[in-house]
Design a protein around this ligand. Structure first.
Ligand code: AHR
Length: 556
C-alpha cells in the first residue's frame, strides 16, 4: 500500500476516513500508523547504535582522555562521566582512531610506556580549521598518550566493542598484520603479545572489526577504485586470525558515489577470484553539509550555521539527512550484483550534519559544533532509516562522539554535558537487537517556502521493532508549526499498555550549554490506549518514543 496523502481539512479528511477500510481511526487524527507484527524486516544490529572517535580537535584530548593524574574524575585517564553515560545508552561499538587521521597513524607510536611515546604531527595540522588555532596543542602535535591500550580500556569500561581503522595509505600491509597480532595474539605467544602484556594486558583484546583504510577515494590515499581494490585484496589476504572472527570493512563511497562502488566490486570480483569470508562490511559516509539550496557545491561556502538558522534551513537540513535512504537503496542494489547472498552489509561509519566553524565550545575543538533540536531530529530520522533497513545495515557509527560534528557530548576541562543527540540515542536504545517491523504511515506532507517556491517534506516518519510482546515505536514530527494527533494500530494484537516520552522545544534552536545543561531533555508524553488503538499528540518539531505492550490475537 502506498502512503496516502490525508488532507488536514476536517471535511475532506472525514471523507477519506469514511472510505478507509479501517473504521478504527478517529476523524480528527492527523496521522495514522499501522505496525505489522507479522511482517518482520530483520534483526536490528546492536551495532547500528555505534560511535566514532578520532584524534581531531577535542575528541580524544579534552573529550575522552583527561589523563590518570587529572583532577577531573576519571578511570585510568578516561573521563568518568563519559563512561557512565555510554553505559546508559548501551553503546555497542566505538570506531577509532579515524577518520582521515587513521591513514596517517602508526599504531606503534601509541603502545609501550607512555613516557617513551613519540610526539607526531597530527594529520589535521594542514586543515584550515587547525591552522586558525595558531598554537601547538595536542590538536596539532599528537602526544600519543591515548593509544591502542587506552582505547581498548575505554571500550571495556564503556561496555562497547572496538572497531579499529587500519592505515592503508602510509603503512604497508605487514603493519596491519602486526597490529592484528598485537591486539589478538594469545598471551605469551608472540613478541607483540609480550609487549601488550608489559602494559598490563596479558589477555588478547580479540578485536573483530577492522576498517581497511578510510575514505580511500580522498584523504585515505586518493586511490582510484581499481587501485583501492588491489590494495584491499593485499591487506585482507591471509591476515592472522588467532581464533577471532575478523570482520573487514572496505572503504566505500563518498555519499552515493555509484561509480566508486561499481568499479571497486568489478575489479575485486570480475578480474580475480577474490574470496574472503572476512569481508563483512562496506563503509558509507553521509554528511549533511549543503544548506546553500543549490547555490554552490563549494565545501566551505555551502555550509550553514549550527545555531543561526531559519525554518527553511531546518527543513533543508532534514532533507539532506534523509538522503541516506536513497544511498542505502542504491549501494545495496549495486552490491547485490556482485554479492548475491548479501554477505557484505552496509556500515555507515560516519554520518551527521556538518556546519561551518564558530559554535565549538573551545577554539581548539576543530570541527566542534553546537547540537540543537534540528540535529536531534536529523539523528533520529537517520536511526529510524537504519532500523527500517535492518537487513542491510550491519553497523553505523555517529560522527563523532564528543566535541565534534554530531556529538552526543560536549566537554571542556571539568565541564561536561549531554546534547539532544544523547537523548535520542537513549530513547532509541531499545531498538538494539530487536526485530524491525514493517510500518505503514499515512500522513500529509509538510509544505514550506524555499526561495519563493513551494517545497515539501514528509509529515511524519519513524520505525518500529519488537522484543517479545513489547513494541518500540520511534517517531519524528518535523513540522515546525503543527502538533500531530497520531493514531496507531497493531493488527492481530490486543493493546495492553502504552507509554511514551518526547524530546521537543518550542524553539528550533534549543540546545544544551555548560550554563544550561538540561535546556533540552525528554519528557513524559500522555498516551491514550484502548485494546485496538493508541492515540498520542506529537508536539511540533519533536522526537518521540512509544512502548506498547501487546497480547496476541492472530499473530505470533
Ligand atoms: O569526521 C571528520 C572527517 O570527515 C573524517 O576524518 C573523515 O573520514 C571525513 O571526511
Amino acid at each position: 500500500m502506498k502512503r496516502r496523502e490525508f488532507l488536514k481539512s476536517s471535511t475532506i479528511a472525514g471523507a477519506v476516513f469514511a472510505a478507509s477500510p479501517r473504521s478504527v481511526w478517529a476523524k480528527s487524527s492527523d496521522a495514522q500508523i499501522e505496525i505489522y507484527l507479522n511482517e518482520p524486516i530483520g534483526r536490528i544490529s546492536r551495532n547500528i547504535y555505534g560511535h566514532f572517535t578520532e584524534h581531531i580537535g577535542g575528541v580524544i584530548y579534552d573529550g575522552v582522555w583527561v589523563g590518570p593524574n587529572s583532577k577531573i574524575p576519571n578511570q585510568d585517564g578516561i573521563r568518568r562521566s563519559l563512561i557512565d553515560r555510554l553505559k546508559e545508552i548501551n553503546a555497542p561499538v566505538i570506531r577509532w582512531p579515524g577518520g582521515c587521521f587513521a591513514d596517517s597513524y602508526d599504531w606503534r607510536d601509541g603502545v609501550g610506556p607512555s613516557a617513551n611515546r613519540p610526539r607526531r604531527t597530527n594529520f589535521w595540522e594542514v586543515d584550515p580549521d587547525a591552522r586558525r588555532l595558531g598554537e601547538r596543542g595536542a590538536q596539532v602535535f599528537e602526544p600519543n598518550q591515548f593509544g591502542t591500550n587506552e582505547f581498548i580500556q575505554f571500550c571495556r569500561l564503556s561496555g562497547a566493542e572496538p572497531y579499529l581503522a587500519a592505515n592503508l595509505r602510509s603503512l604497508p600491509a605487514l603493519e596491519f598484520d602486526h597490529w592484528v597480532e598485537y591486539c589478538n595474539s594469545p598471551a605469551g605467544s608472540t613478541t607483540l603479545a609480550d609487549l601488550r602484556a608489559g602494559a598490563g594486558f596479558a589477555d588478547p583484546f580479540k578485536v573483530r572489526y577492522w576498517g581497511v583504510g578510510n575514505e580511500s577515494w580522498g584523504c585515505g590515499g586518493n586511490f582510484t577504485p581499481e587501485e583501492y581494490a588491489s590494495e584491499f585484496r593485499r591487506f585482507t589476504t591471509w591476515v592472522p586470525e588467532f581464533g577471532v572472527d575478523l570482520q573487514f570493512i572496505g572503504s566505500g563511497p563518498n555519499g552515493d558515489d555509484i561509480d566508486w562502488t561499481h568499479r571497486f566490486f568489478e575489479e575485486l570480483y570480475s578480474g580475480h577470484a577474490y574470496q574472503n569470508s572476512h569481508f563483512a562490511g562496506w563503509s558509507v559516509h553521509h554528511y549533511s553539509t549543503n544548506l546553500s539550496r543549490g547555490k554552490t557545491q563549494d565545501w566551505i561556502a555551502e555550509k550553514g550555521d549550527a545555531l543561526q538558522f531559519e525554518p527553511v534551513d531546518w527543513y533543508e537540513l532534514l532533507k539532506e539527512s534523509n538522503r541516506i535512504q536513497q544511498i542505502i537503496n542504491d549501494q545495496w542494489t549495486l552490491m547485490g550484483q556482485y554479492d548475491r547472498a548479501h554477505e557484505i552489509k552496509l556500515v555507515v561509519d560516519e554520518y551527521g550534519p556538518w556546519y561551518h566553524e564558530g559554535t565549538e565550545v573551545d577554539r581548539t575543538h576543530i570541527f566542534g559544533q553546537q547540537i540543537t533540536m534540528r540535529d536531534a531530529l536529523a539523528t533520529a530520522l537517520t536511526l529510524d532509516t537504519f532500523n527500517r533497513n535492518a537487513e542491510k545495515i550491519g553497523m553505523a557509527t555517529c560522527a563523532q562522539l564528543v566535541n565534534n560534528l554530531n556529538a552526543l557530548f560536549l566537554a571542556h576541562e571539568d565541564k561536561f554535558i549531554t546534547t539532544p543527540n544523547y537523548h535520542v540515542f537513549r530513547m532509541y536504545a531499545d531498538h538494539q537487537g530487536a526485530e524491525a517491523l514493517r510500518t505503514q504511515f499515512s500522513v500529509a506532507d509538510i509544505h514550506y517556502v524555499r526561495d519563493g517556491q513551494q517545497a515539501s517534506f514528509w509529515g511524519l516518519n519513524g520505525s518500529a521493532s519488537r522484543k517479545g510482546n513489547v513494541v518500540t515505536l520511534t517517531l519524528v514530527n518535523p513540522d515546525l508549526q503543527t502538533p500531530k494527533v497520531t493514531q496507531l494500530t497493531l493488527p492481530g494484537t490486543n493493546i495492553k499498555d502504552a507509554s511514551a516520552e518526547v524530546l521537543f522545544s518550542t524553539d528550533m534552536h534549543a540546545h544544551n550549554s555548560f550554563d544550561q545543561p538540561d535546556a533540552v531533555r525528554p519528557q513524559k508524553l500522555d498516551v491514550s490506549a484502548s485494546s485496538d488503538l493508541v492515540t498520542v499528540m506529537l508536539p511540533a518539531a519533536s522526537v518521540a518514543c512509544l512502548k506498547i505492550t501487546v497480547g496476541f490475537t492472530a499473530v505470533r
